[in-house]
Design a binder for this molecule. Structure first.
Ligand SMILES: [Fe+2]
Length: 236
């Protein structure tokens, strides 16, 4: 399987490219609207055909590139069962998406948002903001629920084998990946903490709202196909 981790420095978002090396069919997870040209160039250079653009959840901190990529390539936009209304395909717990030899399984991991899912592909799991390297996504907006997030992390993700590689939706400290075993031991929010203590911790983070909250949520409900107020915005 061809696998790439891409990064958007402005929003600290990771985008993942997965493709079957033989059939050249590809999918992207958690794209960023401002990086659509980068992603299209990479697909072209590598001779890949984009079939699916997946989001792990309705993002509040960046605008998805799913709608633009769908327009440009004919790929189908995919999300969890409670994901954005604009998507073509909604997947629930245990659903599998196949692309040649690539088999992607959906794990419902709500709590950061109520629509959050993780995608497991072989020994890798793409956790969105449910589980970050040594951290976990905030739960104070978009129907977030700290208790539900604790259950998703400890009851779903931590049940995966210890050597499963964790690929998060963001990182702000320079990490790129981790493993389930590492996070079970070292995760600063969830490791060695019971449900009540986790809920208390998440309720006292006092984080400022994401800079793009007001723009990103409505845009992402339309797969990113809304007017972009920036003067250098892509015109496609
Ligand atoms: Fe998020």
């Amino acid at each position: 399987m061809l696998f790439r981790q891409l990064f958007d420095a402005e929003s600290s978002t990771y985008t993942y490219l997965l493709a079957d090396e033989r059939t050249r069919e590809a999918l992207l997870i958690d794209t960023v609207r401002e990086q659509v040209e980068r992603d299209l160039n990479l697909l072209k250079e590598l001779g890949l055909t984009l079939h699916y653009v997946l989001d792990t959840h309705l993002h509040a901190d960046h605008v998805t590139g799913a709608g633009l990529l769908r327009q440009r390539t004919g790929a189908r936009a995919v999300a969890g069962k409670k994901g954005a209304p604009c998507v073509d395909l909604r997947l629930g717990q245990g659903d599998v998406l196949e692309l040649g030899e690539v088999k992607l399984e959906v794990l419902e991991t709500p709590g950061h948002t109520d629509d959050s899912v993780s995608y497991r592909v072989g020994k890798r799991v793409f956790t969105g903001d449910a589980l970050l390297v040594r951290s976990a996504g905030r739960t104070d907006f978009q129907n977030g629920d700290a208790g539900q997030l604790y259950d998703s992390i400890t009851g779903v993700l931590f049940e995966l084998p210890d050597d499963t590689e964790v690929y998060p939706g963001h990182d702000y400290k320079g990490h790129t990946a981790s493993t389930i075993g590492e996070e079970r031991r070292f995760n600063a929010r969830a490791a060695n903490r019971d449900r009540a203590a986790f809920v208390q911790l998440m309720g006292n983070l006092n984080l400022p709202p994401p800079r793009k909250l007001k723009e990103a949520v409505p845009a992402n409900l339309a797969c990113g196909l809304t007017a972009d107020p920036r003067p250098d915005a892509p015109t496609t």
